[in-house]
Structure formats: structure tokens, C-alpha cells
Write a new protein. Structure first.
Length: 67
């Protein structure tokens, strides 16, 4: 994820926010602070290579909903 956060083309396509690189510690602290967010890393079974991620935002646990 850190390598992707330094890739300007990836950042332009992943979000509408301003594309700013983030350090590994910034990415880790974001994960710990977002209680209404869940992120999952997608990896290959053979090589355990990171190929993508899925993020759910604004989770309403009591309604079992998020986007």
C-alpha cells in the first residue's frame, strides 16, 4: 500500500481527493483511527502478492450497511 500511495497515476485514479503520498506510519495510523471504515487487502494465493484492496466507509453496524 505504501508503494501504491507514492504512485501518482494510481492516486489520480483511486479517489477524487488531492493526490498526496503517505508514509507507512500515516497509512497505519489511518487504519487505527477509522472505526467506521474497514479495509481488506487482496493477495494472490500462490505468491502472496498484493493485487488490490476493498474499503467500506460509513459503516452502520446496527443496520449492517456501508458504502
Amino acid at each position: 500500500m505504501t508503494r501504491w500511495s507514492e504512485d501518482s497515476e494510481y492516486l489520480r485514479n483511486v479517489d477524487t481527493d488531492i493526490a498526496l503520498p503517505k508514509s507507512k506510519s500515516q497509512l497505519e495510523s489511518e487504519e487505527a483511527n477509522e472505526s467506521g471504515t474497514m479495509e481488506f487487502r487482496l493477495r494472490t494465493l500462490e505468491k502472496d502478492e498484493l493485487i488490490g484492496f476493498v474499503a467500506l466507509f460509513s459503516i452502520e453496524w446496527n443496520n449492517r450497511a456501508g458504502f
